[in-house]
Design a protein around this ligand. Structure first.
Ligand code: HEC
Length: 176
């Protein structure tokens, strides 16, 4: 189990049950579950990121898309998967673009997941907390990437607080 340094005091809660079993209550990024059926959700957008040259696909629940379109806050229980692929480059190293203007998808690079549930996030200080969202990074094999800097997730998404901490809320809203 891994925790953010800032949250370490609050996230381990040992509960003594009937004097015998110790149940560990997980919090923080450990709460996030990789949504195994994410492809059955809605693929609501694609980004070709010019900085890291990744081709990224975004998936979430139908409920979240419907609610976003209605201009309401993303509901508790929502997960969002960002699936990143490397993109093809020509021999000079320039990244190619396809007829759709996007990078040309190459091998899978990583998954990143956000999940939101009522009551989550309480242990974070205000300058870090992203509402009720938690973040987790995964390898291509869908295993937790324990080298990821999860604090950076919170820091970089924080300024998007007006969009429920999402960079792609507009895509969700305009998804047809
Ligand atoms: C340096 C800034 C930065 C950091 C750090 C960062 N993100 Fe993001 N994230 C973005 C941007 C920008 C997008 C929109 C996609 C794009 O432009 O590549 C995004 C999109 C996402 C999305 C899709 C939902 C949304 O907000 O649009 C998820 C899920 C996500 N990030 C998870 C994570 C996780 C998990 C981490 C930490 C392991 C993380 N991010 C760290 C900038 C960041």
């Amino acid at each position: 189990m891994r925790v953010l340094a800032v949250a370490s005091a609050a996230v381990f809660a040992g509960v003594l049950l009937a004097g015998t079993a110790i149940v560990q209550v997980n919090a923080g990024p450990d709460l996030v579950k990789f949504p195994a059926d994410y492809e059955k959700g809605v693929k609501y957008g694609v980004v070709s990121n010019p900085n890291n040259k990744l081709y990224r696909e975004f998936y979430t629940t139908k409920d979240a898309v419907d609610v976003a379109k209605a201009g309401k806050p993303i509901p508790s229980g929502t997960w969002i998967v960002m699936k990143s692929f490397k993109s093809k480059a020509d021999p000079t190293g320039a990244h190619l673009k396809g007829p759709d203007g996007h990078f040309v998808k190459d091998e899978l690079a990583a998954y990143a997941v956000m999940e939101k549930r009522a009551g989550w996030g309480k242990e974070y200080p205000d300058n870090l907390r992203n509402g009720e969202w938690e973040y987790q990074a995964y390898t291509t094999a869908r295993a937790v990437n324990d080298k990821a800097n999860l604090k950076a997730c919170f820091e970089c998404h924080k300024p998007k607080d007006g969009d429920d901490y999402l960079f792609t809320l507009g895509m969700m809203k305009s998804h047809k």
